[in-house]
Design a protein around this ligand. Structure first.
Ligand code: SF4
Length: 317
């Protein structure tokens, strides 16, 4: 199975440049680990709107229901320049598959930027999206967007990476668009979709089957929207166990008794949280190879993203 190289917009201060307000760069393990597997597009929205390094801090002020981005000691109100930059940048980036943005930043934050009642206030009234991070989520609701702190959690990373590489694989289908290509994609991703969302799996199957003979670009758009919805939520361990048990059943007839038993025990250990997903997937690959079921070997469920990144997802950086 050929892996794709997703295109990921990343906050420039996460390992690419000393562009933070204090002239510091932040090291992020996940950004480092991804370097050889993705094409990064680093961006620093604050530098892009003309702020220097170092610079006085900027903050979000909420007043009478309006959010403003301000630099109290310096440029003043930066709301309009930041909105214009975000809109232009996000409209002109071709083929983006996901985002890794800096946590807590009033510009890049996705969920945890502090909002203050006034420029002088010390205590925030709430937290929420920063100006650039918020624009990302609004423009690309179906793409994975996380901050480097949320990606410290192993399960969140596994989920992010699965969505990221799936989005990139589907983008590649769009580059040589045909309904047959969408049908093939659906077949190869069937088990991932089973694990994530069985209801949307059936709907996606119907869209790919294209009973109404819609043009390929219409089918592609419909499929992309429902695919994003299907992968939105992290699947439970029980539904992954179900898919693994399905693989066990399909291969059962061609396996030796000892092998069958070992695989069943592995699935049980994964279900109990005693081994990682990667461990049980590697075993599933062996079982499938021994059973001669080449069709199953093509399932992206077995290799949702490069193996080296499982090490990262498991927190062994
Ligand atoms: S958080 Fe965003 S705006 Fe702030 S320094 Fe990093 S890249 Fe620039």
């Amino acid at each position: 199975m050929k892996q794709v190289r997703p295109r990921v917009v990343v906050s420039r201060c996460l390992g690419f440049d000393n562009c933070r307000y204090d002239g510091v760069m932040i090291e992020s393990g996940i950004v480092r680990a991804l370097e050889s597997h993705v094409a990064f597009v680093p961006v620093c929205p604050e530098v892009e709107i003309g702020l220097g390094v170092p610079r006085n801090p900027i903050l979000i002020v909420v007043s009478e229901g309006q959010r403003r981005l301000v630099q109290p000691a310096g440029a003043g109100d930066l709301t309009d320049p930041m909105r214009s930059f975000a809109s232009e940048f996000l409209h002109t980036q071709p083929g983006i598959d996901g985002f890794i943005l800096k946590s807590r930043s009033p510009s890049c934050g996705i969920v945890d930027a502090k909002h203050f009642p006034s420029a002088e206030a010390v205590e925030p009234v709430c937290v929420g999206a920063g100006f650039f991070g918020g624009a990302v989520v609004k423009k690309f609701p179906g793409l994975p967007a996380e901050d480097e702190e949320r990606l410290l959690d192993g399960a969140a990373r596994e989920h992010f990476l699965t969505r990221l590489f799936t989005a990139a694989r589907f983008r590649r289908v769009g580059e040589r668009l045909s309904v047959d290509g969408i049908v093939r994609f659906h077949a190869e991703n069937e088990y991932i979709l089973k694990a994530y969302d069985r209801k949307n799996l059936d709907l996606l199957g119907t869209i790919a089957a294209n009973g109404q003979r819609k043009p390929a670009d219409v089918v592609y758009g419909l499929y992309r929207d429902h695919l994003a919805r299907a992968l939105e939520r992290l699947p439970g361990r029980a539904s992954i166990v179900d898919v693994l048990a399905g693989i066990e059943e399909e291969c059962m007839g061609s396996l030796k008794t000892g092998k069958k038993q070992r695989f069943a025990e592995s699935i049980g250990r994964y279900g109990a949280g005693l081994v990682t997903l990667h461990t049980v997937l590697v075993e599933a690959r062996t079982v499938i190879a021994e059973s001669g079921r080449k069709d199953l070997g093509e399932q992206t469920f077995l290799r949702p993203f490069p193996d080296e990144l499982f090490e990262t997802a498991a927190g062994r950086e």
